[in-house]
Structure formats: structure tokens, C-alpha cells
Design a protein around this ligand. Structure first.
Ligand code: ZN
Length: 240
């Protein structure tokens, strides 16, 4: 195999590592975003519980106010009852009094119900806060780990890019251009081994005589896929 091609193989290996590192680097912001969204949703849950509790308290306060007003009214009506002159007036006032008493009793039931709801609401709020806080801490820790990983990946990437530059400077321009063109077209590996007498990239059979030449170090460009077919450690002839 020509020196150029050996270097190209080496560069291909570096490029594979660059691709893996790039994929890992891309994965980090994606994971961060997942954590952020999860926290946002837990914060929203907490705020929902908070609003719910506020509404219960507001409703409860209204009930108390209503009850107070009704009690005042009841006292007034009881006073008025003493001043009633006719039976009809008396009985109308008694009816009013019964109505207000019923209202107060209904309010008492509602106040009691809201007390239970408030107790449950307080507990739900504490639970929602706990979940949110616990996950915030967990996400912060994970964020630190991810930041650390990103640093390592960046350093690694810098080294790979330097290695790539060094190697590519020793490869002929035409070969390099062809490599970049194939790689840019998303063909995956550009330099492939002869495998069972076929191109290791597209599996097209290669004439036996050409296969022998490849095994002796000749570089062959596959007429079908355009990849460089070389003899590698795991290469083999047809029928082997
Ligand atoms: Zn091919």
C-alpha cells in the first residue's frame, strides 16, 4: 500500500473518532435540555399546588366572612322579632331567622370541608416542593458531570484535529480532495479493505487479477462506489 493511502487510513480512523466525539458532544446539550424541561414541569406542578391552596384559603376566608355577616343578621332579626306586632309579621321574621340559621349551618359544613382540603393542600404543596428541590439538586450534580465531560471531549477533539492536520499535510492534494469529497457525501468509510474478493464498501466483485494487484499493494478505485479499495489485515480473496 502506498504511503499516502496508509496515511489516509490513519486519517479515516481519526475522522471516525472525531465523529464519535462530535456525537457525544451533541448529546450533552440534549441531555441538559431534558433535565431543564423536567425541572420546569416540576416547578409548574409546585406552582399549581400553591395556587390551589391559595384558592382554598380564599374560599375559606369568604365562608368565614359570610358566616360573620349572617350571624350579625341573625342577631338583628332576633331583635326585630321582639318588635313584631302582628302574627303575620312575627311568622315572616321567624321564617327569615330559620333561613339565616340554615345558611350558617351550611357555611359551617363548608368551612369544615375546606379545613380538610387545606390540610391536604398543604401536604401536596410540601410534596411538590420536595420533588422539585430534590431534582434540582440532582440536575445540578448531573450538569457538573456533563460540563466536565464536555471539557474532556473538547480537549480530545483539539488533539484529534491537530493529529488530523498533521497527517493531512502529508497526503497528496488530489487524494485528499477525493477523500473529503467522498466523506462529505456521507459515504461512511472512504478507504475500505478487499473482502472476499469484493469492494468492502459496496460489495461489488472485483476481477481476480485486480484483486491480486490490490493484495500486492496497488490502490484500486471501485468503479461502482468510488471508494479506495486496499489490502488490509483482515482482507481476503474470493472464495477464501
Ligand atoms: Zn465499491
Amino acid at each position: 500500500m502506498k504511503d499516502d493511502l496508509k496515511k489516509l487510513l490513519l486519517m479515516q480512523d481519526i475522522d471516525s473518532r472525531i465523529d464519535r466525539a462530535t456525537a457525544e458532544m451533541d448529546e450533552i446539550p440534549r441531555e441538559k435540555l431534558i433535565h431543564e424541561r423536567e425541572l420546569e414541569s416540576q416547578k409548574a406542578d409546585y406552582e399549581k399546588e400553591k395556587r390551589k391552596l391559595e384558592e382554598i384559603k380564599e374560599f375559606s376566608a369568604n365562608c368565614y366572612e359570610n358566616k360573620e355577616a349572617s350571624e350579625k343578621m341573625l342577631a338583628e332579626f332576633k331583635n326585630k322579632l321582639l318588635q313584631m306586632k302582628t302574627n303575620a309579621e312575627y311568622s315572616a321574621m321567624t321564617e327569615q331567622i330559620e333561613f339565616v340559621k340554615k345558611k350558617i349551618s351550611d357555611l359551617d359544613i363548608e368551612i369544615l370541608e375546606k379545613m380538610y382540603e387545606e390540610e391536604q393542600g398543604e401536604q401536596d404543596l410540601v410534596d411538590a416542593k420536595k420533588i422539585w428541590e430534590r431534582n434540582t439538586k440532582r440536575a445540578e450534580k448531573r450538569q457538573d458531570i456533563l460540563d466536565g465531560q464536555l471539557e474532556v471531549l473538547k480537549e480530545n477533539m483539539d488533539k484529534l484535529m491537530t493529529e488530523r492536520r498533521d497527517i493531512s499535510s502529508g497526503i497528496g492534494k488530489r487524494l485528499l480532495d477525493k477523500y473529503e469529497q467522498l466523506r462529505g457525501a456521507g459515504r461512511g468509510l472512504v478507504v475500505v479493505g478487499l473482502q472476499k474478493g469484493a469492494c468492502g464498501g459496496c460489495l461489488t466483485n472485483i476481477p481476480p487479477q485486480t484483486a491480486v494487484e490490490i493484495s500486492q499493494g496497488t490502490t484500486f478505485v471501485c468503479p461502482i462506489c468510488g471508494r479506495f479499495v486496499v489490502w488490509k489485515d483482515d482482507s481476503s480473496m474470493a472464495g477464501v
